[in-house]
Design a protein around this ligand. Structure first.
Ligand SMILES: *[C@@H]1O[C@H](CO)[C@@H](O)[C@H](O)[C@H]1NC(C)=O
Ligand SMILES: *[C@@H]1O[C@H](CO)[C@@H](O)[C@H](O)[C@H]1NC(C)=O
Ligand SMILES: *[C@@H]1O[C@H](CO)[C@@H](O)[C@H](O)[C@H]1NC(C)=O
Ligand SMILES: *[C@@H]1O[C@H](CO)[C@@H](O)[C@H](O)[C@H]1NC(C)=O
Length: 139
């Protein structure tokens, strides 16, 4: 629940910052990310092809500008003592932008980040959709 709310808030913040908000923004597009997969290991500095399904993207939204952001999942305890999930998204340095979500893929260079097994990629079109957790290692 909190996870979803967090995503919505982030999406709202991003869409407000980038594209003009119009009636089209109400169409929810959540393309399923097909790469990276859960067992994948990426190496810092390598070039990777992030891919997502385009079958369910409505024709009117295929030209929406997409943004790919790297994050990692951590748990924290909120003010009421409930365990919640934080995505720790690096919104200030997107992995890719200026592509249309209808293309179904974007190439990214893996940034110089610490080794972790709980990285995620979030694709923002008019809605955010996260990949499974995967690993990035340093050479
Ligand atoms: C990236 O993946 C897409 C979808 O599978 C493919 O069409 C494209 O050729 C790939 N690009 C590279 C550089 O591998
Ligand atoms: C967060 O908590 C869930 C279950 O509450 C657990 O499965 C998961 O491994 C935890 N993740 C981290 C990064 O600690
Ligand atoms: C975001 O990514 C940039 C570029 O990789 C890095 O310099 C910066 O430290 C990252 N910020 C966070 C909060 O991880
Ligand atoms: C995105 O594309 C526009 C127009 O081509 C350009 O002005 C802008 O600088 C680009 N932004 C990034 C982050 O590449």
């Amino acid at each position: 629940m909190i996870f979803t709310t967090l995503l919505s808030l982030l999406t709202l913040a991003l869409s407000t910052a980038s594209t003009p908000v119009g009636p089209q923004q109400l169409v929810v597009v959540t393309p399923h990310i097909t790469s990276p997969k859960a067992a994948d290991v990426w190496t810092v500095g390598s070039i990777q092809n992030v891919t997502w399904e385009t079958d369910n993207i409505p024709p009117g939204t295929r030209n929406f500008e997409g943004t790919l952001v790297l994050g990692f999942l951590t748990n924290y305890t909120d003010g009421r003592g409930h365990v919640a999930v934080s995505e720790n998204l690096n919104n200030s340095s997107p992995l890719a932008q200026n592509f249309t979500i209808g293309t179904g893929h974007a190439l990214v260079t893996v940034p110089n980040v610490p080794t972790r097994s709980n990285y995620i990629i979030v694709l923002f079109g008019d809605s955010g959709n996260a990949s499974p957790q995967f690993k990035i290692t340093r050479k």
